[in-house]
Design a protein around this ligand. Structure first.
Ligand code: FES
Length: 100
Protein backbone atom coordinates (compact mmCIF):
# COMPACT_ATOMS: atom_id res chain seq x y z
CA UNK A 1 0.00 0.00 0.00
CA UNK A 2 1.06 3.59 -0.54
CA UNK A 3 0.43 6.44 1.85
CA UNK A 4 -1.13 9.69 0.62
CA UNK A 5 -1.12 12.77 2.82
CA UNK A 6 -3.69 15.46 2.00
CA UNK A 7 -1.86 18.48 3.38
CA UNK A 8 -4.60 21.01 2.69
CA UNK A 9 -7.11 18.77 4.44
CA UNK A 10 -5.43 19.03 7.82
CA UNK A 11 -2.74 16.55 6.86
CA UNK A 12 -5.18 13.65 6.54
CA UNK A 13 -3.31 10.41 5.75
CA UNK A 14 -4.85 7.51 3.82
CA UNK A 15 -3.59 4.25 2.31
CA UNK A 16 -4.24 3.09 -1.22
CA UNK A 17 -3.07 0.26 -3.47
CA UNK A 18 -0.04 1.05 -5.66
CA UNK A 19 -0.85 2.60 -9.03
CA UNK A 20 -4.00 4.30 -7.71
CA UNK A 21 -5.47 7.33 -9.42
CA UNK A 22 -4.96 10.31 -7.12
CA UNK A 23 -8.39 11.88 -7.65
CA UNK A 24 -10.15 8.54 -7.16
CA UNK A 25 -8.38 8.01 -3.86
CA UNK A 26 -9.30 11.55 -2.83
CA UNK A 27 -12.97 10.93 -3.65
CA UNK A 28 -13.10 7.54 -1.95
CA UNK A 29 -11.30 8.67 1.19
CA UNK A 30 -12.68 12.23 1.32
CA UNK A 31 -9.24 13.70 0.73
CA UNK A 32 -10.74 16.94 -0.52
CA UNK A 33 -8.89 17.68 -3.77
CA UNK A 34 -11.17 19.97 -5.85
CA UNK A 35 -12.49 18.60 -9.13
CA UNK A 36 -15.24 19.03 -11.69
CA UNK A 37 -14.93 16.84 -14.76
CA UNK A 38 -12.75 13.96 -13.57
CA UNK A 39 -11.59 13.53 -17.15
CA UNK A 40 -8.66 15.86 -17.69
CA UNK A 41 -10.64 18.72 -19.24
CA UNK A 42 -11.40 21.39 -16.66
CA UNK A 43 -8.09 21.77 -14.81
CA UNK A 44 -9.85 22.13 -11.44
CA UNK A 45 -7.94 19.24 -9.89
CA UNK A 46 -4.51 20.81 -10.21
CA UNK A 47 -2.50 20.15 -7.10
CA UNK A 48 1.06 20.32 -5.81
CA UNK A 49 2.95 17.13 -5.03
CA UNK A 50 5.03 18.53 -2.17
CA UNK A 51 6.77 15.24 -1.44
CA UNK A 52 7.12 12.08 -3.48
CA UNK A 53 6.88 13.55 -6.97
CA UNK A 54 9.10 10.66 -8.06
CA UNK A 55 6.31 8.32 -6.96
CA UNK A 56 3.89 9.68 -9.57
CA UNK A 57 3.59 8.49 -13.17
CA UNK A 58 4.41 10.38 -16.36
CA UNK A 59 2.74 13.69 -17.18
CA UNK A 60 -0.19 13.24 -19.60
CA UNK A 61 -0.83 15.39 -22.68
CA UNK A 62 -4.08 16.64 -21.12
CA UNK A 63 -2.14 18.09 -18.20
CA UNK A 64 -0.02 20.17 -20.56
CA UNK A 65 -3.11 22.12 -21.56
CA UNK A 66 -3.50 23.46 -18.03
CA UNK A 67 0.00 23.47 -16.60
CA UNK A 68 3.19 25.08 -17.87
CA UNK A 69 6.59 23.33 -17.95
CA UNK A 70 7.66 25.42 -14.95
CA UNK A 71 4.57 24.21 -13.05
CA UNK A 72 5.60 20.58 -13.58
CA UNK A 73 9.09 21.44 -12.40
CA UNK A 74 7.61 22.76 -9.16
CA UNK A 75 5.60 19.57 -8.73
CA UNK A 76 2.15 20.57 -9.97
CA UNK A 77 -0.05 17.83 -11.45
CA UNK A 78 -3.69 17.28 -12.29
CA UNK A 79 -5.03 14.77 -9.78
CA UNK A 80 -7.44 13.06 -12.17
CA UNK A 81 -4.56 12.30 -14.53
CA UNK A 82 -2.01 11.21 -11.93
CA UNK A 83 -1.30 7.69 -10.69
CA UNK A 84 0.61 7.10 -7.49
CA UNK A 85 3.19 4.34 -6.97
CA UNK A 86 4.63 5.33 -3.62
CA UNK A 87 4.09 7.71 -0.71
CA UNK A 88 3.22 11.31 -1.58
CA UNK A 89 2.13 14.49 0.14
CA UNK A 90 -0.23 16.73 -1.83
CA UNK A 91 -1.61 20.23 -1.35
CA UNK A 92 -3.88 22.43 -3.50
CA UNK A 93 -5.49 25.82 -3.74
CA UNK A 94 -9.14 26.71 -3.80
CA UNK A 95 -10.69 26.37 -7.27
CA UNK A 96 -10.23 29.50 -9.30
CA UNK A 97 -7.07 30.77 -7.67
CA UNK A 98 -4.05 31.19 -9.88
CA UNK A 99 -0.83 29.33 -9.45
CA UNK A 100 1.89 31.43 -7.81
S1 FES B 1 -11.12 17.13 -12.61
FE1 FES B 1 -11.24 18.22 -14.48
S2 FES B 1 -9.20 18.10 -15.18
FE2 FES B 1 -9.14 16.87 -13.41
Amino acid sequence: MVEITFITNGGKVVSAPPNSNLLRVSLKEKGGIPFKCGGGLCGTCKCLIEQGLENTDAVKPKERRHLRPEDFEKGYRMACQTFVNGDIKVSWQSPGTKLP
